[in-house]
Design a protein around this ligand. Structure first.
Ligand SMILES: Cc1ncc(C[n+]2csc(CCOP(=O)(O)OP(=O)(O)O)c2C)c(N)n1
Ligand code: SF4
Length: 284
């Protein structure tokens, strides 16, 4: 077991009571439980409150444009397959601005983990409706209620047969840390959609609202059964299942299609002096 302390402790710009605090701690717990040291992990994030999470731990971080965590994570993993690569951002970042990247990541099945902090709202920009906001939810920007149907990331991921599809809740920290640990260990693209309250801008989906509904999946649920997983993924109401919804390990990863990647990292190849000299000689 690695050390949680190795990931440091930093002041954050988050509101007291925000679900991000607990998610950050769960991420550190999962990395320590997985015995991964800070220099062995890279986070890629976009823009938003959730996207700031990797700023608050001692590890490698690429912070890019809104919605672009997944393409960055993909490039990092392909060039450095020996690293653990985690994309971490909000529901707006991943399912709104980055929606097409979400679909492409599932199709490609690169060995990366996506942690989507899902507060059902755009937090950083003060509470506009996001893709996962429920229909009719009123915000300052949607005073008549959000008109669109909410995006269901789990149902989409299961329908596309993503190999690892899970939902966690920031109020169930140990359960969440365990899901993140399993996601990191999964060989292929892994999604953990994490329900979290935004105490400042989402007055509908509060901590109490989630706490009352989030129910851990039991051994009765077989995550290898696609039809059962689809049914669980579509459940949303008085009961919201949390846990591993779908799990399959029989899909080849994107990396499997490129034998060059099995020869080691593209990031620091060492062709040797002789090869370089021979190569230069061809230009003479
Ligand atoms: C292309 C683009 N569109 C919009 C914005 C403005 N913007 C910055 S953060 C943000 C919302 C972030 O919401 P979410 O990803 O759900 O994360 P949260 O802040 O809730 O954690 C928006 C719309 C931007 N920076 N770039
Ligand atoms: S605005 Fe919402 S998401 Fe942002 S830090 Fe505050 S509670 Fe968290």
């Amino acid at each position: 077991m690695g050390s949680i302390e190795a990931y440091g402790e930093f002041d954050t710009a988050w509101c007291p009571g925000c679900g991000n605090h607990s998610i950050l701690q769960a991420v550190k717990m999962a990395l320590a439980q997985s015995d991964i040291a800070p220099h062995e992990v890279v986070f890629a994030s976009g823009i938003g409150q959730a996207a700031k999470a990797p700023h608050y731990l001692r590890a490698n971080v690429f912070n890019g444009l809104h919605g672009r965590a997944l393409p960055a994570a993909t490039g990092i993993k392909l060039a450095n397959p020996e690293l653990t690569v985690i994309a971490e951002s909000g529901d707006g970042c991943n399912y709104g601005e980055g929606g097409n990247h979400f679909l492409a990541a599932i199709r490609r099945n690169v060995n990366i983990t996506l942690l989507a902090h899902d507060n059902q709202i755009y937090g950083l920009t003060k509470g506009q409706a996001s893709p996962t906001t429920e229909t009719g939810h009123t915000t300052k920007a949607q005073p008549g209620g959000a008109p669109s149907a909410p995006f269901n990331p789990l149902a989409v991921a299961v329908s596309m047969e993503a190999g690892f599809v899970a939902r966690g809740f920031s109020g169930e920290q140990e359960h969440l840390a365990d899901l993140i640990q399993q996601a990191i260990a999964h060989p292929g693209f892994a999604l953990v959609d994490i329900l979290q309250p935004c105490v400042s801008f989402n007055t509908a989906n509060t901590y109490g609202w989630y706490k009352k509904r989030c129910t851990k999946l039991t051994a009765d649920h077989d995550p290898t059964d696609w039809a059962q997983a689809m049914q669980i993924a579509r459940q949303w109401g008085e009961t919201i299942p949390i846990g591993l919804v779908y799990h399959a390990t029989d899909r080849p990863t994107f990396e499997d299609h490129f034998p060059v990647l099995s020869k080691g990292p593209l990031s620091h190849p060492n062709p040797g002096q002789t090869t370089v000299r021979d190569l230069l000689a061809t230009f003479a």
